[in-house]
Write a protein that binds this ligand. Structure first.
Ligand code: ADP
Length: 321
């Protein structure tokens, strides 16, 4: 059934897969100028509109403590459906339990009569989607800089038995200093123990690991390592490795990756980059590198690593590289 779903956009999390709320409610969300709970212990002033997702509207808000945050607003009408309620509470309970410099900080949540409000760390510089869109592709030092932060967040999640399951450019936010903050825990799962496996089919077509599609025995944290391989390739090459005109062909190309790469490795890629990509995009999860193995790979050990990326990177290759 999944492979027949041709109409899906390859980089959108299809909502048949999403542990997200049903679409169609965001247009009716009415968001007050001041967001506050009954006791007025939380008080945030609406500043500007940030964006709209599957079920939430997101605003930049100002807090009396003098700081700006991002407020994700979800209409309570979406939560009449019990399944939606359970899903939202799962997302909240996983996200609020995480505390790491490369993960969007979850500050608090509250409700009024009509909405639920999630107050999150503000990411001023959008996501890697916008950065890549204006640059076409990034240099190896830049990719090293961003990937190290994604990997660090991932190591922390995996050490805490959390799998993100939707690592992709649009969930990799950039803060005001151009540092990475992983966000959107709408598909994340908490494993009961180290041997626990998940069976829900979820993810985003271009980033989905083969074992989610083709293995009945379930999946574990190694699905995030596959997505990191897709992310690395996309940042360096400018297109997704398994990109095809229809989702069913993407899955066919992922299946065909067994044994030898079914994607192209352009000649301008360095040898270490090519080697690391092929060791991440391995169909057999037990053969795929883990976070510590990726970090000790020559791509990270031998290559140049900038200590920061300036905002000018949105316009051109940063010159101090
Ligand atoms: P999705 O449904 O794609 O997961 P969200 O509902 O999480 O999207 O967010 C909708 C939009 O709001 C995003 O595309 C992004 O532009 C913006 N946004 C979300 N979280 C933040 C944040 N912490 N800081 C800044 N902008 C954010």
């Amino acid at each position: 059934a999944i492979a027949n779903n041709n109409s899906l956009k390859p980089n959108k999390t299809p909502h048949v897969f999403r542990r997200k709320l049903k679409r169609g409610h965001h247009s009716v969300i009415s968001v007050p100028g001041t967001m506050k709970d009954k006791d007025e212990t939380h008080l945030y002033t609406k500043h500007s509109f940030l964006g709209e997702g599957g079920f939430a509207k997101c605003y930049k808000v100002f807090c009396p403590n003098g700081r700006f945050y991002a407020a994700k607003v979800i209409s309570k009408s979406t939560l009449h459906d019990e399944k939606n309620r359970i899903k939202l509470f799962a997302e909240i309970s996983i996200h609020r339990s995480l505390n790491h410099r490369s993960i969007v900080r979850f500050l608090n949540c509250f409700e009024d009569l009509t909405n639920i409000y999630l107050i999150l760390e503000l990411c001023d510089n959008k996501t890697l989607v916008e950065l890549l869109r204006s640059r076409k592709r990034l240099t190896e030092p830049e990719v090293r800089f961003y990937l190290i932060q994604v990997l660090d967040a991932c190591r922390y999640m995996h050490d805490n038995r959390v799998i993100h399951r939707d690592i992709k450019l649009s969930n990799t936010f950039l803060d005001k200093n151009m540092n990475v903050k992983m966000g959107d825990f709408g598909l994340a799962a908490l494993l009961v123990d180290r041997n626990d496996r998940k069976k829900t089919i979820c993810g985003t077509p271009n980033y989905i690991a083969p074992e989610i599609l083709f293995e009945k025995t379930g999946h574990d944290h190694k699905v995030d390592m596959w997505s990191i391989g897709v992310l690395m390739y996309t940042l360096l090459v400018g297109t997704h490795p398994f990109q095809q005109s229809e989702v069913k062909y993407i899955y066919r190309k992922i299946k065909a990756n067994e044994g030898k790469p079914s994607y192209k490795l352009p000649t301008y890629l360095g040898e270490d980059a090519k080697d690391l990509i092929t060791k991440l995009l391995v169909n057999e999860p037990s053969q795929r590198l883990s976070v510590p193995e990726v970090l000790s790979h020559n791509f990270f050990q031998r290559g140049k690593l900038p200590c920061r990326i300036p905002k000018i990177a949105f316009q051109r290759i940063p010159t101090d590289e």
